[in-house]
Design a protein around this ligand. Sequence first.
Ligand code: A3P
Length: 289
Amino acid sequence: MESHFDSHVEQDIEDEFQKSLKEMISSLLKGNNWGLPDHLYHYQGFWLTPTFLQGVMLAQQQFEAQPTDIILCSAPRTGTAWLKSLTFATITRTSYDDSTTPLLFKTPHDVVPFMELDHAHFSANRHPLLATHAPYSFLPTSIIDSGCKIIYICRDPKDTFVSMYHICASWYGPYWDHVLRYWKASLEHPNKFMFLKYEKMNEDTVLYLKKLAEFMGCPFSSEEAQKRMPEKIVKMCSFKNISNLEIENKIYFRKGKVGDWKNDLTPEMSTQLDQITQQKLSGSGLSFN
Ligand code: A3P
């Protein structure tokens, strides 16, 4: 049983940790966050908010991945919420259907929390699905070393840029470095990773949902396929369906369109972004065409 003394010691360690983190963060290069209250800080090659930095460092220290965990990783505005709802609906399909799923009254971010924001989910008997925007090099080592699986979603840099621009932030960037590091890790450990592109998922969501289910270790049975279960999940998690629900956080739903950058970027901006993408991804085998 935990004693009063133990909990005091734990609190002291926690306070000390937070204090040293704050000191470390205040020594970092500081950047503008396009009008949002939190500044961005440059740490190990990425621009991050202090809330994220504190959260991810706590996760590095305390999060113990289980072999059954499935970690959804992504840079912001690349389809995280969509991936959360698809994987959650798939994993919980024997417990809920489209009239009882928590996705009807909770946001995808409530049903699959972010590791760096919600530390209550560090406990060993948590739900196996957890998400993070952390760049690959920031993941707790237990995620890399354990048998848990990682699903990464990325998106055309131009649509990602436009989507980010609409919420006025540039967190976790440079975007290309975020994607590239996960891409390389997925090539090195193909059994551990599933690497997805928003555009491909849009082309044939049912196909990708079936692949996701297999990867997560819960493939659809022929009986489920006959009952059109994958199609029902895809419909339930579709942009049209989810964005029409009476749940908060509508900020996550803009247009959900592939190629919408054409309406926002000037030809010069588009060319410039293409050039950076080409330069950054050159020789990696990854492309967005
Ligand atoms: P747009 O800004 O182009 O509309 P994230 O969840 O990582 O922040 O990504 C946000 C992007 O995913 C937004 O793109 C949003 O509209 C889109 N999105 C959210 N839910 C979706 C869904 N169910 N299907 C397809 N796209 C979705």
